[in-house]
Design a protein around this ligand. Structure first.
Ligand SMILES: *Cc1c(COP(=O)(O)O)cnc(C)c1O
Length: 853
């Protein structure tokens, strides 16, 4: 039976409390702790039940409580203070980053398939989403003119619970967007703004939910509207649910629909930032719009779009990069290719590493790389891995010249730091430390935090974690209908004084949660040591179709139940941002065991670091650059070796892990002095604040994106669109001309005047004759490419030095001259190459054109 009519019944908020809605409808509460606490204190249990969702919370507060609060002057004063704090935050326009659009609108549009902003907006699955959420928060704090686009998933990602025997089950609760801090974007006559796009010849309609992330607007697309057939309504049902059909539909919606949505709302960002390849169709849609609205050729529009796009790749795991078979692409993009004036085969080549291979699938990462002139990985190591992974897209390039750079991720400090630690930092580092967390000067003051204060604060956080874990375990037992005995055990697990190791992450196989299980005897003896015991808190979800991951969870859970382990290893179900917070704030050691180099960055270790937990990790992702070989900031499992034999690697690295635990970590933690303080341990906690605090935070990350990527891309956009797109047309005409002449460029007579043996500080003078085939000297860049050689005569490192035109030789031949000096003694060699050159080309490598002598 269904009702004829449905209503939303909401409480009547007394007039004096109406500004509560302003606080509730801005996710600022997710990082301004005072706002969050204000809500929580009204009714702590209801707040917990609301999953920290202030809209649901206010809608469920009993009317009597509201009436009561409306008369409470202390409460009203505090409300006014917080409303003012929020207003002041929102209206502050100061910024240190010169990025302004003449139309005052947003400059950058950020696209991501998931966002981890708050517990109250469960549309994230893991690191990628959390990073996107942190990016928006830091962009808000830094006043970057940015809007964001994503999808509004009806069921979000799944909730995890375990059966009696530890097997993961999934539950998909419905998000009720009306009860969340979201508002529907409305059109002229106040009815929802509906936007359509063509999906396989049918009309797909969607609406837009707006979330306010401080000063940033996040727009979430939702296909669950009355006009759509059921299969279209389902497009935004689940995050990463469904098959390839579903995936391509979601990505069409995100990319193409996202651009359409921005335009429909009158927003015209100049730069787009694709966070992972899921949104790469956005580039195509921008090309299409420029072609149709401004009569640009495909090539000119492509130049313009690519020069003003930024792409961040996140995964070195091949399966993590979406690939669609050609026939699937055909179902969705045949007409679209036509619209772009491209033969379908030429269109498909945009997503292929080898454009001539008709069997190759269409890869979203390749498309994004081709539609963006600024590409980056998310740690130094990941940048390097990505260059090698995608080198086929730039076939003639030495791998180090593949145009993928790196910008290491960072975390939004205010979101992840425990208020208690933040308080200490304010006290000893100055009240403005959180406004400029990316300056070294401030962080060196962390060394002045008194040992005892830091340690007592940290111990309190560990106690809070223990308390939280017990509560959660009790709830888990009750939900399973467990016996009284089990409840009692849950109440007594863990010990607030014991060295606590946290391990929480997705149970993807490369993360190797099973390493702990590789030597059970050693593990048990560490747990069982009555003088210096350790304990583990574990959490994490396996992908619903990943049975291997589920098996590992099961083995860990069974271990938790064994009598020797009982109470010393616990598994908390349903890893989310709340569990992550308690863990990173309360653990002593943060353990991470990815198989190098498959962890692109890993941000949970940064969250732990900022709270004073010490990292023990394989040298992968961010830790490969943050770790110091003297162990002054934490520990490395191995030295960054990569192995051909996975089994063997697991064995070796699990043994190293136990060695470090036994010989370094446990003794150091329990070496307490007269004041009952582990001084050497505390020294490391402070050393990592001083050394790493200024680097691994979202402000540094977003500022780096702004200066290295957004600002140059914006400048390009402005220059290329001036005078009715004159430069864009020029650049594409130049490129077309270059492409036709390029293959007939020649290099001959490369010579040097220098003897074959020379001293380190001597210069080698090189001349070469170049056939420039009708191009102008400024169209090309001729370089000496030089470096030390290995025993097989290959370059082991390289540097480049420009060569200058030094006279015409007739018949299109030009003499070029340049000098280079060896870096150090030993075998050294050079060659000569030609690259394209144009003042509007962000990176001479991006066109993929190169000539070698
Ligand atoms: C930070 C975070 C992640 C990502 O952490 P990794 O180190 O990349 O594993 C995943 N899930 C949640 C809930 C987080 O808070």
């Amino acid at each position: 039976m269904h009702p004829l009519q449905k209503y939303s019944v909401i409480p009547r908020l007394p007039e004096s409390l109406s500004s509560l809605w302003d606080l509730a409808y801005n996710f600022l509460f997710s990082w301004k702790n005072e706002i969050q606490e204000f809500f929580a204190q009204m009714d702590p249990d209801l707040w917990a039940q609301s999953h920290h969702n202030p809209v649901w919370f206010l809608n469920h507060l009993p009317q009597a409580v509201l009436e009561e609060l409306a008369k409470d002057t202390f409460f009203l004063d505090r409300l006014e203070e917080l409303t003012l704090l929020q207003e002041r935050y929102n209206s502050d326009t100061s910024t240190t980053i010169p990025l302004h659009s003449p139309d005052k609108g947003p400059v950058v549009a950020y696209f991501s398939a998931e966002y981890g902003v708050s517990l109250a907006l469960p549309i994230y699955s893991g690191g990628l989403g959390i990073l996107a959420g942190d990016h928006l928060k830091s962009a808000s704090d830094l006043n970057i003119p940015l809007v964001a686009v994503g999808l509004c998933y009806q069921q979000g990602y799944f909730n995890q619970y375990l059966t009696h025997d530890g097997w993961q089950q999934e539950r998909y609760p419905y998000n009720d967007f009306d009860q969340m801090p979201l508002s529907l974007v409305r059109g002229d006559n106040n009815s929802p703004l509906y936007i359509s796009l063509n999906m396989q010849g049918l009309e797909l309609t969607f609406q837009i939910w707006q979330a306010r992330i401080g000063r940033i607007f996040l727009y979430l697309l939702d296909t669950n509207v009355p006009n759509n057939p059921q299969e279209f309504k389902n497009i935004t049902a689940q995050l990463y649910g469904g098959d390839l059909q579903m995936r391509i539909r979601q990505e069409i919606l995100l990319g193409i629909g996202g651009i359409k949505a921005l335009h429909a709302m009158g927003l015209h960002p100049k730069v787009i930032h694709m966070n992972e390849g899921h949104s790469a169709f956005a580039g195509l849609e921008r090309i299409r719009i420029f072609m149709h609205e401004h009569q640009l050729s495909f090539e000119a529009a492509l130049e313009l779009v690519a020069s003003s796009s930024v792409f961040t790749t996140h995964t070195p795991v091949p399966a993590g990069n979406d690939r669609f078979p050609p026939n699937l692409m055909q179902q969705y993009f045949e007409g679209y290719a036509n619209d772009l004036g491209l033969a379908f085969k030429v269109f498909l080549a945009l997503g292929r590493e080898n454009p001539r291979d008709d069997t190759e699938t269409f890869c979203m990462t390749v498309l994004a790389l081709k539609l963006s002139r600024f590409n980056n990985g998310v740690s130094k190591l990941h940048g390097k891995v990505s260059r090698s992974m995608w080198k086929k897209v730039w076939p003639q390039y030495p791998v180090e010249d593949v145009p993928i750079k790196s910008i290491t991720n960072g975390i939004h400090i205010q979101t992840w730091i425990a208020p208690d630690i933040a308080y200490l930092m304010r006290r000893y580092m100055g009240s403005t430390w959180q406004d400029n967390p990316h300056t070294d000067r401030i962080w060196s003051k962390a060394l002045t935090i008194p040992d005892a204060e830091l340690w007592r604060t940290h111990e309190r956080l560990r106690e809070r974690l223990v308390d939280f874990a017990r509560k959660r375990l009790k709830q888990q037992v009750m939900a399973r209908g467990g016996r009284r005995m089990e409840l009692q055990i849950a109440e007594e697990v863990l010990d607030p004084q014991t060295l606590t190791i946290g391990f929480a992450r997705r149970f993807a196989s490369y993360k190797r949660a099973y390493l702990l299980l590789r030597d059970k005897d050693r593990l048990l003896s560490l747990l069982d040591n009555s003088k210096a015991p350790i304990q583990f808190v574990i959490a994490g979800k396996a992908h619903p179709r990943d049975n291997e991951g589920k098996k590992i969870i099961q083995q860990l859970v069974q271990l938790c139940k064994e009598t020797e382990c009982r109470g010393r290893i616990v598994f908390i179900e349903d890893y989310d941002m709340e569990i992550a917070s308690y863990l990173v704030q309360g653990c002593d050691v943060w353990l991470n065991t990815p198989r190098r180099p498959l962890e692109a960055c890993g941000t949970s270790g940064m969250k732990a670091m900022i709270n004073g937990a010490l990292n023990m990790s394989t040298l992968d992702g961010w830790w490969a650059e943050a770790y110091r070989p003297d162990n002054s900031l934490g520990w490395a499992i191995g030295q960054g070796e990569e192995y051909a034999d996975n089994e063997y690697q697991d064995f070796v690295e699990s043994q190293i892990m136990f060695n470090i635990l036994e010989k370094d970590i446990v003794p150091l933690f329990y070496a307490k002095d007269k004041g009952n303080l582990p001084r050497e341990w505390i020294k490391k906690m402070k050393a990592q604040f001083a050394a790493l605090g200024s680097v691994y935070n979202g402000h540094r990350m977003v500022e780096e994106y702004a200066r290295k990527a957004y600002m140059p891309a914006f400048t390009n956009y402005t220059r290329l669109t001036e005078d009715n797109f004159a430069a864009a047309k020029d650049l594409s005409a130049w490129r077309m001309d270059l492409m036709t002449k390029w293959s007939n460029l020649r290099i001959r007579n490369v010579q040097s005047t220098t003897e074959l043996e020379l001293y380190v500080d001597e210069q080698i003078e090189v001349t070469a004759e170049i056939q420039i085939n009708g191009l102008r000297p400024q169209d090309i860049q001729v370089e000496i490419y030089a470096g030390p050689l290995d025993h097989e005569g290959g370059f082991t490192a390289r540097k480049t030095a420009p060569m200058q035109p030094a006279g015409e030789l007739g018949d299109g031949w030009q003499l070029y001259r340049g000098t280079v000096s060896p870096m150090h003694s030993g075998k050294f060699g050079y060659t000569v190459r030609i690259l394209p050159s144009h003042p509007l080309l962000l990176d001479p490598h991006s066109l993929g054109l190169i000539h070698w002598a």
